[in-house]
Design a protein around this ligand. Structure first.
Ligand code: WTA
Length: 646
């Protein structure tokens, strides 16, 4: 291997240029990142192993939704996540795996073992004809083999597309077909608390409609009976036993695809966000080290699922590229009891704990004895992500988990941004509850007013945009650059529009207020209201539907559906149940509506547009002031809807 990053061998004293220890450092580096972004990012990128150095740091044009980083650079991200650590960390634990059932044994995977397993899986994929550029769908539970599968794809240059194992076969079909996957890697089943879910049978159903998939590899996890289709389906354990532990890494261009990950939009089908190798690697590593101030040998635990961007960036790529010890948890916070998270922290002596507000809110409802039963004194830093954290949850987390001495790192970012954007830096940034605080170096936010102008002063509120590229930004929507441009770069020409509302206070601190489009965030999962509506409309009794979000104590937002049926339903509860099942089948259980109100009409303008503003108010239970309803085609429907509100 020809290592270009000259500093890599002195790994422990690397990154001196861009280490932030004080608020002054932050301000200086922020300033430099704005004045000379190319020099700034070039220094950060120099700390990696490149097969060939880049010729140019950045080319961009937001009017065409374009950005390229480290142009001409060649690398393989797995050499940075694994190989380069072997001289110093071969025996250090890379991955701690905590199973769903606490009675099952945890697994500790060293960097050396990670190397061997990833190589074996890489060779297994190659033996089945997978090569650079091919798309591979991964639909698996949170087991170490999932990490091996992602990294193995990256090693041989295949593009992984992970689909969260809670999605239904319908969602799987859409995602597989959209990116034309050649292979699916799955398992017989998955454990989820006291439940078992048959993943392979969901894949079987999906594959009836996926002509591009030639083969599947099936990991045995739950000993669930499965049907193996000859020539198409292969057992992981059979194939892996034939594979060698040496798998030369494919040389990738910095701008070659690393992965596709689907996210919901306000309209239509999910968008396959495309991330590329070089910029994503540099950025996830930098942001992980900086925001959490990760110190060598610390145990870090992010509770997300690898099916979401948080798992990609901050269970796998960021921590492993930084040589960290990262925990991967298969289970759920509430099983066998509400103390599970705290038990895991005690058991693995976790130092940095990163979770979602929805988890905090549900655990907050349990008696404190579940927390107090465990030793949490190893904790140094807490994190949160996925939705705005409410004040009460923030203080509960601070007081009961951090015991008042662990900074809460409220990281604002998105699938599209690849990594943290606005976040405190642990022990550097002064915190304010519920504020994501300040942009990281390299991130240039701009708040836009109603008329589309940037507001530059403090003490303002508006829509959050980013006006300069950062290395991990998504490059496009797979197969649909026009949609990428329309969705993110047309609302405010020349700027990336996040879809979020935001306040900037007198100190210049940012507080994210939530989505301003038709995306709702339920238990930290993004969902397009249009997606749920079309799933409900599949029910033969349903004529038309409008879905909105409403504030929910634990989930953050709940799903409220207003449904018009062809005939007035006789048994409303039975129909509700059928509709919920329908949504679970088409999208997945996470999208099931919490409330379904049957109505005879929807508030539409004369041009036929549903006035969602009114429906949101009704769903929120705030019907006193619905604003102007005179432009409605039939203002009477509003009274009916108000009267029937749930
Ligand atoms: C929301 C998750 C407030 C936001 C990484 C964003 C947040 C969407 C925060 C992206 C936060 C994420 N405070 N809101 N700290 N983090 N969000 O793509 O609305 O699943 O646009 O990425 O989650 O969700 P996604």
């Amino acid at each position: 291997m020809n290592f270009i990053g000259s500093k890599y061998l002195k790994e422990n004293d690397q990154k001196s240029m861009n280490i932030i220890k004080t608020f002054d450092d932050y301000q200086q580096q922020y300033q430099r990142s704005i004045e000379n972004p190319e020099a700034f990012w070039s220094d950060v990128a120099n700390d990696f192993v490149w097969r060939k150095g880049w010729e140019k740091v950045l080319e961009w044009d937001f009017h065409n939704a374009a950005a390229k980083w480290f142009i001409g650079g060649k690398l393989n991200i797995t050499e940075n996540c694994i190989d380069r650590h072997l001289p110093t960390r071969a025996n250090q634990t890379a991955l701690i795996w905590e199973p769903n059932d606490p009675k099952e044994t945890s697994r500790y995977i060293t960097y050396q073992e990670l190397f061997e397993r990833v190589c074996q899986v890489g060779n297994m994929l190659r033996a089945h004809g997978i090569k650079k550029g091919d798309r591979v769908c991964i639909y698996m539970p949170m087991v170490p083999e999932l990490t091996y599968a992602l990294l193995a794809c990256a090693r041989i240059g295949a593009v992984h597309s992970v689909v969260f194992a809670g999605f239904s076969s319908g969602s799987l079909v859409d995602r597989i077909n959209d990116s034309g996957c050649r292979m699916v890697i799955t398992s017989d089943g998955a454990y989820r608390g006291d439940k078992k879910i048959g993943l392979k049978s969901i894949v079987d159903e999906a594959l009836l409609k996926c002509p591009t998939v030639e083969k599947t590899i099936v990991l045995e996890r739950t000993q669930t009976r499965v049907v193996m289709k000859p020539e198409r389906d292969f057992w992981w354990h059979d194939e892996i036993s034939k594979a060698s532990t040496n798998c030369p890494a494919e040389e990738m261009d910095a701008e070659d695809l690393l992965f596709i990950l689907y996210t919901s939009g306000s309209t239509g089908k999910p968008k396959g966000m495309v991330h590329t190798c070089g910029g994503y690697m540099v950025y996830t590593n930098y942001t992980f080290r900086t925001a959490f101030q990760y110190q060598d040998k610390q145990v870090y635990w992010c509770t997300a699922d690898v099916g979401w961007i948080t798992g990609h960036s901050y269970i796998i790529y960021g921590p492993l590229s930084a040589g960290a010890t990262t925990v991967m948890f298969e289970g759920i916070p509430s099983w066998p009891d509400m103390g599970r998270f705290w038990h895991v922290i005690e058991k693995h002596r976790v130092n940095i704990f990163y979770t979602a507000p929805t988890a905090i809110r549900s655990l907050e409802k349990a008696p404190l004895s579940f927390v107090d039963a465990y030793e949490l004194s190893t904790l140094k830093i807490l994190g949160t992500v996925g939705e705005p954290i409410n004040e009460e949850a923030w203080h509960w987390y601070d007081r009961n988990i951090g015991k008042g001495h662990c900074p809460i790192i409220d990281t604002w970012w998105q699938t599209e941004t690849g990594g943290f954007m606005i976040t405190p830096i642990a022990n550097v940034t002064k915190l304010k509850p519920t504020f994501a605080t300040l942009p990281l170096p390299g991130v240039q936010p701009a708040i836009m007013d109603e008329r589309g102008n940037e507001v530059t002063e403090n003490g303002v509120e508006g829509r959050l945009t980013i006006k300069f590229p950062w290395p991990a930004m998504a490059r496009t929507i797979y197969g649909d650059h026009q949609r990428f441009r329309d969705t993110y770069f047309s609302t405010f020409p020349g700027k990336y529009f996040t879809g979020d509302g935001c306040k900037r206070d007198e100190d210049g601190y940012y507080r994210i207020t939530g989505r301003v489009d038709d995306v709702i965030i339920v238990s930290g999962h993004n969902m397009g209201t249009a997606e749920i509506e079309s799933a409900i409309d599949e029910h033969s009794a349903v004529c038309e539907t409008a879905v909105v979000g409403y504030p929910h104590d634990i989930k953050g937002q709940g799903v409220y559906a207003f449904v018009i049926c062809y005939d007035k339903p006789h048994e409303e509860d039975k129909l509700r149940q059928e509709i919920r099942e329908m949504v679970a089948k088409i999208i997945g259980p996470i999208a099931k509506p919490d409330k379904i109100q049957f109505v005879s009409g929807l508030p539409k303008t004369r041009s036929g547009k549903i006035m969602r503003r009114i429906l949101r108010k009704v769903a929120e239970g705030d019907v006193s002031n619905l604003g102007d309803t005179t432009t409605l085609l039939d203002p009477a429907v509003v009274d009916e809807i108000k009267a029937g509100a749930l």
